[in-house]
Design a protein around this ligand. Sequence first.
Ligand code: GLY
Ligand code: MN
Ligand code: MN
Length: 464
Amino acid sequence: MTEHPTGRRTDRPAGLPTGSHDLPVSPELSAFMAGGWAPSPLPADTRVDAHAVTPARRARLSARFPGERLIVPAGELKVRSNDCDHRFRPHSAYAWLTGLTGEDQVGHVLVLEPTGPHGHEAVLHLRPRSPRAEGDQEFHRDRRHGEFWVGRRPDLAEAERLTGIRCAHLDHLGTPTGRRAGTDPELTAVLSELRLVKDAWEIGQLQRAVDHTTIGFEDVVRALPQALAHPRGERWIEGVFGLRARAEGNGTGYDTIAASGAHACVLHWIRNEGRLDPRDLLLLDAGVETDSLYTADITRTLPLSGRFSPVQREVYELVLAAQEAGIAALRPGARFRDFHRAGMRVLAEGLTAWGVLRHPDGDLYRRYTLCGSGHMLGLDVHDCAQARAGTYLDGVLEEGQVLTVEPGLYLQPDDETLPAALRGIGVRVEDDLVITADGARLMSGALPRTPDAIEEWMGTLLAS
Ligand code: GLY
Ligand code: MN
Ligand code: MN
């Protein structure tokens, strides 16, 4: 109880996250807030998009841990500063198993309870819709969870209909013992490994992410005149892409890399604070994340003037040749590392032909390529990262896996091993591919990849 400005006693329930500057609430107001609300149920046919595919995913997980309790938390809010939290995004394993992907999943926990020596029952422990009976103040006073502060959540019955999973109140969960995703190494690894091969629904979601990303790249090209005129043109580009990502999906799947000139030689340049120079290239590495949380991961390196200079074109064509060699190595049964090796060989030979390297053997070429040239893609941009080496990095490709192929050359502006004309040029070409029965399908082929096609595409967009 605290003093109300009028001198009357007020009700301030312990533990309710209210702000230091929130006004106290009188008992009269509290009672008034509790009543007079019309029923407002969710439409009876509302389901999460992945409703039909999550039971099979949970069954695959169940089969790997007979007789054991499995705990998969959605995760908790993280403070950004003072009383502002980062936007919440549920853990990918939780989203994959439940189909629940929204910001309202804070603190929720999926538990697979063993039903005997084999099999589990899934129980979703969640914070249901804020109740509105007398004394319940969460709905109008709780800044983190209140319906009038952050929006409505489903009640338990609605959540069961949405997901097809039995639901229980989070308050009844206690501290269950069992294997916990994120801390139990075996469960954590299996949750990554089970996601390596995508089902048809997931491939559809990834294609949607790629298609929205394509539109975002087109938006950026159309916005180049404004970006070139702005003192922080890289930031303008980040904003234009972010608008499309937020309008069409959940946002960007990772921080956009808008790197012009020598900034492109920094692999993850997300400061995006540079001015654009029409004589330079722009390396744009960006991906839209769908509402279902699947992300694209695409890079195009574009001439800011609309035309590649001869030396820019030469570097670009070598990187593209490396990417083509990598893509040609994709097929079921090929080793995951094969496409990387194929691409790197092309780059090493090209660097040798330019006189930068004396021969293509060994690993000295890596001074100019810096990193691996592809990874699995899905709910996370670097998907399935906890999978053990034998199933991923040292494993073989399988039909239904989705991955990026993204070789690059990063020719640092202060690298004295390079001819002056090459210094400060960074080029990456990154596409998203799904492994098919006999090769791979390019999912991001709607974006041009050759220098001629890029120039033509940019010319059309800039004229429109
Ligand atoms: N966008 C990060 C990466 O390409 O891996
Ligand atoms: Mn990538
Ligand atoms: Mn990328």
